[in-house]
Design a protein around this ligand. Structure first.
Ligand SMILES: Cc1ncc(COP(=O)(O)O)c(C=O)c1O
Length: 348
């Protein structure tokens, strides 16, 4: 298994924290092992007991939904936790490197910077597609992780399947495909191919289509050897009891998730058409996510004038390939109407 070769030696040697309950699993025991408050907790929710460190119930349900084995699933405090743990597990600070494809999600670099891990860049093509040649040239013998984002934030496009396949075949390290927005892409993404590649990691989240950004729950799907590493180095109780309950409850309301997803996709089409006819917009890119990237020579002005009206969007003009770009999240129909009304009435 190549995972072992890629691991940092200190992580390979690590003896993880283990609670007594992991050694003797029981629902009914006298729980006098963890210095909890045996009397209870204030408020309506009983929270005096530590949560299940491996979130087994939730993983059983997710495994069914995603058609993978529970051993393929890691759950974290947002997918941001998985990004950080992957870097910490596989990249020796000041020695090994990650590769990213800008413009893309900012946390890959932030997590690498925090861990003193060097970041190499292979920018996307002008049309925001992957430039595999650039990626291959930017790979070094020290590159352990390649982060791809599909649909990409902030460009909202899917990355080409064949290009990713080639990279998976050639990478001597992990290829992480961040699918935070895959629910909106109307395609199945990379999970069905999980068993084909021992170096594939797929990230998904409850923060977007599931509407649980406030609960902080992210998913990483990978070969059990990679998942085992993440579980060994995470904080023991990284997903709290309330979050596990909220996710189980959300899964019981799959119809609500589906409705929100299709409503947002419908709204995305509406908003996109409205933006296209605004004279102030020079370009409106197609989107497979729940946001739309637009370009305007007035981008900065638009951003500030909308903020003055209490409408917040994201200025992305400082990212590579994105001069004059704004990223707009699809809102409710009323919110989108208000945004379009405000844009129509702006004067410069
Ligand atoms: C591409 C991408 N990945 C991951 C995340 C983080 O998701 P989470 O809320 O699960 O940490 C975001 C959040 O905006 C994102 O855009």
């Amino acid at each position: 298994m190549r995972t072992d070769k890629w691991l940092r030696p200190n992580i390979r040697r690590l003896k993880p924290y283990r609670s007594a309950r992991e050694e003797h699993p029981s629902e009914q025991a006298l729980f006098l092992d963890a210095n909890e408050n045996s009397l209870g907790s204030p408020g309506p929710e009983p929270l005096n007991r530590y949560p299940d460190p491996l979130q087994k119930k939730l993983k059983m349900e997710l495994a069914q939904l995603k058609n993978v084995a529970p051993e393929n699933i890691f759950l974290g405090n947002g997918s941001d936790e998985a990004i950080d743990l992957l870097i910490r597990a596989f990249c020796e600070p000041a020695a090994q490197r990650i590769l990213i494809t800008p413009p893309t999600y900012g946390m890959y670099r932030v997590c690498a910077d925090i861990n003193n891990v060097a970041v190499d860049e292979a920018p996307l093509n002008d049309d925001f597609s992957l430039n595999t040649e650039r990626v291959r040239t930017a790979l070094t013998p020290h590159t352990r992780l390649l982060f791809l984002c599909s649909p990409n934030n902030p460009t909202a496009n899917l990355m080409d399947e064949q290009a990713i396949r080639t990279l998976l075949d050639n990478m001597d390290g992990l290829v992480i495909i961040d699918e935070a927005y895959i629910d909106f892409a109307e395609t199945q993404g990379w999970l069905p191919r999980l068993n084909d590649y021992e170096n594939l990691v797929v990230l998904q989240t409850f923060s977007k289509a599931w509407g649980l950004a406030g609960a902080r729950l992210g998913m990483a799907f990978a070969h059990p050897a990679v998942i085992d590493v993440l579980n060994r180095i995470k904080y023991p109780y990284n997903v709290n009891r309330l979050t596990q309950q909220a996710a189980l409850e959300a899964l019981r309301h799959y119809d609500c998730y589906q409705r929100m997803k299709s409503d947002l996709i419908r709204e995305r089409h509406w908003l996109s058409e409205q933006l296209k006819v605004l004279p102030v917009m020079d370009q409106v890119w197609p989107s497979r996510a729940n946001f739309i990237l637009v370009r305007s020579t007035r981008a900065r002005d638009i951003y500030h004038k909308l903020a003055a009206r209490n409408i917040l969007i994201r200025y992305r003009g400082d990212l590579p390939l994105c001069p004059g770009c704004l990223r707009i999240t699809v809102g409710t129909h009323e919110e989108n109407q208000r945004l379009i009304g405000a844009l129509q009435s702006l004067t410069f």
